[in-house]
Design a protein around this ligand. Structure first.
Ligand code: HEC
Length: 115
């Protein structure tokens, strides 16, 4: 039936639309300075509980600019957003907004300064 085919295609089309609109918004938004302080704190405390308080590695690998230099921002973004299933690396979507994750990735690539 033509309509059942169409119905099956719709979710995919909607998904693409959501991705397209989300990426337009993300480049424009940066967390405000108060939130940036909280996010830096989160990086060193919460991420630091596994990645080491100075992010030089612990249970999880080092997250220093040197260690991450070769890793694309998109990989880091997806890692933080979705986690690495089957490992202790948890997904942060729902806790962190997409633009906050992108901002964290920038901090990791540039080096995190204490809040
Ligand atoms: C419960 C422990 C835990 C917490 C909390 C945690 N991680 Fe991880 N993380 C890991 C482990 C373990 C890995 C390695 C996963 C693997 O083997 O694929 C990892 C991997 C990563 C990687 C990929 C590194 C690479 O070199 O491929 C990034 C980036 C990362 N974590 C960022 C973060 C950030 C940012 C936070 C805080 C928002 C965070 N993690 C919190 C345990 C944790």
């Amino acid at each position: 039936m033509w309509w059942s085919n169409a119905a099956r295609r719709w979710p995919a089309a909607l998904g693409l639309f959501a991705v397209a609109t989300a990426s337009v918004g993300e480049t424009a938004t940066v967390p405000d300075t108060g939130r940036q302080t909280q996010l830096r704190h989160l990086l060193l405390q919460d991420c630091g509980s596994c990645h080491g308080m100075t992010l030089r590695g612990g249970l999880g690998p080092a997250l220093t600019p040197e260690a991450l230099a070769e890793k694309p921002a998109e990989y880091l973004y997806l890692t933080i957003r979705e986690g690495h299933p089957g490992t202790p690396m948890p997904p942060w979507q729902g806790i962190l907004a997409d633009e906050e994750i992108r901002w964290l990735v920038e901090q990791l690539h540039n080096g995190v300064r204490a809040p």
